[in-house]
Write a protein that binds this ligand. Structure first.
Ligand SMILES: Nc1ncnc2c1ncn2[C@@H]1O[C@H](COP(=O)(O)OP(=O)(O)OP(=O)(O)O)[C@@H](O)[C@H]1O
Ligand SMILES: [Mg+2]
Length: 216
């Protein structure tokens, strides 16, 4: 018999961090953690996660455009993703693990590229009213460390990965500020540690932050 509890709503867990922080490396840790609890998990990413979203992702990663165009395309992709993937899964009681969400737009297009956060928050409120991650895991690394990792990988860099250290300093600072405003919703993990140590910190942190009160 399935141990799934249909009365327990799905949980929405997001991974954030600058390019090269180690998000993709830790995705499976998150999935394993939630599945060990008997949950069915949908793994997805932004921008992307739908057919239109993946087409928009290709534009975003490779075409030169203004920051406002970038932000609007992020939210266009997000609208499809939320309606087609995230909300249906959560309503079916599945957990959703997402590689980046709205915090990334606040950090990159807001902190990084100077779009006022209040404009982006207005778009978020329009595109996904009432939908907020239960926990956002921020894998925090200095831009120099992330840049070394990307250089080591020796692969073609996308438009964002070509930005300079100052840009990523602003993105990182914005992530840290967002996390500080909602400590019960954010888990900050030191991403300079080994991948195993980061996994352990994520598991311990999720245990604490996703605890379900006994009466539920
Ligand atoms: N804790 C770690 N210590 C050392 N290297 C790591 C660690 N975590 C990931 N890496 C390595 O750093 C590189 C980037 O990791 P990964 O692709 O997971 O980052 P990412 O945050 O998903 O980046 P992007 O935003 O570009 O998708 C990879 O080569 C990965 O093996
Ligand atoms: Mg990645």
């Amino acid at each position: 018999m399935s141990s799934l509890n249909p009365y327990r709503p799905g949980r929405f867990v997001v991974l954030e961090g600058i390019d090269g922080a180690g998000k993709s490396t830790q995705l499976q840790t998150l999935v394993d953690f939630l599945e060990a609890d008997g949950r069915r998990v949908v793994l997805t990413r932004e921008p992307g996660g739908t057919e239109i979203g993946e087409m928009i992702r290709t534009l975003l990663l490779h075409q030169t455009m203004r920051p406002a165009t970038e932000a609007l395309l992020m939210f266009a992709a997000r609208q499809e993703h939320v309606l087609q993937v995230v909300e249906p899964a959560l309503l079916q009681g599945r957990d959703v693990v997402c590689d980046r969400f709205t915090a990334a737009t606040l950090a990159y297009q807001g902190g990084g590229k100077g779009i006022p956060l209040c404009r982006l928050e207005g778009l978020a409120d329009w595109v996904h009213p009432g939908l907020h991650p239960d926990v956002t895991v921020l894998i925090d690394v200095p831009p120099e460390v992330a840049a070394q990792r990307i250089a080591r990988d020796n692969r073609q860099r996308d438009r964002f990965e070509q930005e300079d250290v100052e840009f990523f300093d602003r993105v990182r600072a914005t992530y840290l500020r967002l996390a500080a405003t909602a400590p019960t919703k954010w888990l900050i993990v030191d991403g300079t540690k080994s991948a195993e140590a980061v996994s352990t910190e994520i598991r311990n942190g999720l245990n604490r932050l996703l605890q379900v009160p006994e009466f539920q």
